[in-house]
Design a binder for this molecule. Sequence first.
Ligand SMILES: [Zn+2]
Ligand SMILES: [Zn+2]
Length: 174
Amino acid sequence: MLLLALAPLAADVTQCVCDPAKPETMQARECSLCREAEKQPNGTKVFFLKDINPRKPNRWLALPRRHLPAQHSLAALTPAERTGLWRAAIDRAREQWGDRWALAINGDRVRTQCHTHLHIGRLIEGVETPNFVDVDGPEHIPVPEDGTGLWVYPVGGRLRVHLGEQLTETVLLR
Ligand SMILES: [Zn+2]
Ligand SMILES: [Zn+2]
């Protein structure tokens, strides 16, 4: 149990060299979401996957189909792609959880999969910290440039974005 809990900290996806033009480069375990992206029909912009971890039965992922270099950072998406990803994830999250939805993206140091993925879930009670900004819509969600993650949930018609953390998906119900 302890080993399982520590495993994500040992992964390093920041040096991933996977390239969709060369399928043999996407065989590593940390590239399994890349392989899922390749299975999606051409023209797909965003797709959803159920989290395969049996210990997280309530979780879904939202992913862009397009691959980005190395750790597939949010910053490497175009602004339109990024807004589209957030918007699709929010719609999906709201469908499942009403106004208790939240989205989280982990920082580079704790991610176990290279391909960009947002975690979708229900916000756990009492996890809020003072380190946040409120924004008017998905197009205004800040883009981390330093490898940190963020988590987002709705407050009074706006979006509250918590910044500067590595492990963020823990604010979501498993
Ligand atoms: Zn990879
Ligand atoms: Zn990929």
